[in-house]
Ligand binder design. Structure first.
Ligand code: TMP
Ligand code: ASP
Length: 238
């Protein structure tokens, strides 16, 4: 697929147009960002690791019947995807308390929740991605009520599929964030699923295998992503 002009550069990916108006190329960079851009660094090989990680997860989700934008890997750092009209709301599921919910509600990290907790955030770094509910999203026209219902159902299905996938290799799926978009009348899972946008812990030791290693300056960030990938049987070619 022929790469055309750069459409958009996010904090960790650059998006390119292609000759096909319905297809984009995602380029996973080594750039890493946390705290809404407050801390950034380039971590060698992270882009390629995340590209292969994302491809594997998106293929597993497709096999589980979840419609995604992913089409195929094009190279170490690039994948071809469908061009979505993105919905600017972030869908989060938590199975174990960590991160912002601990601060917000005074919970201890590691509290296992009785059932998956679904939360919505507005995708807006300048506002620090505030927590919202479905009524905000409808009122301010970020998404329609029926779209939000589909997003919630799909996010909870992703949680069930990935909890099982990670459990098989001794990893706890603590929480994750998804983004969705519209494509010819359907809602598809877009963006990425990588250790940049989820929390995953070793089930035995609770060692963090995700971006909290970067947020908390624990070191071994890409090595931990690679460890998770290796356990999942992902063939990373770098
Ligand atoms: P949080 O604890 O910061 O609310 O994040 C919950 C999960 O969602 C965590 O795995 C990180 C991910 N996430 C992002 O990757 N980007 C975001 O902008 C938000 C709000 C969450
Ligand atoms: N809010 C997420 C984090 O703290 C993502 C981001 O800021 O880029 O990592």
């Amino acid at each position: 697929m022929e790469k055309r002009g750069r459409l958009y550069a996010g904090k960790a990916k650059t998006v390119f147009e292609t000759a096909d108006a319905d297809r984009l190329i995602l380029h996973f960079r080594d750039d890493t960002s946390a705290f809404d851009g407050g801390r950034t660094a380039a971590l060698k090989n992270k882009g390629a690791v995340n590209n292969y990680f994302n491809a594997h997860i998106m293929e597993k989700l497709a096999a589980a019947g979840i419609a995604t934008h992913f089409e195929k890997i094009l190279g170490d750092n690039e994948s071809l995807v469908k061009r979505l009209d993105m919905i600017g709301v972030e869908c989060v599921v938590r199975n174990i308390a960590a991160g912002s919910i601990c601060k917000r509600l005074g919970l201890e990290e590691g509290l296992v929740l009785d059932e998956p907790l679904y939360e919505l955030f507005l995708k807006d770094d300048a506002l620090h991605d505030p927590l919202i509910n479905e009524d905000h999203a409808v009122l301010f026209k970020w998404a329609a009520r029926d779209e939000l219902r589909v997003m919630r159902e799909m996010t909870l299905r992703v949680n069930r599929a990935l909890q099982a996938l990670f459990a098989e290799v001794g990893i706890l799926l603590v929480d994750f964030k998804l983004e969705f978009g519209r494509f010819h009348g359907d809602i598809l899972l877009g963006d990425e699923f990588t250790p940049d946008g989820c929390r995953i812990w070793d089930a035995a030791t609770r060692k963090k295998l995700d971006k909290d290693r970067f947020r908390r300056e624990l070191g071994g960030v890409v090595e931990a992503y690679q460890e998770a990938a290796l356990r999942l049987g992902i063939d990373i070619k770098v």
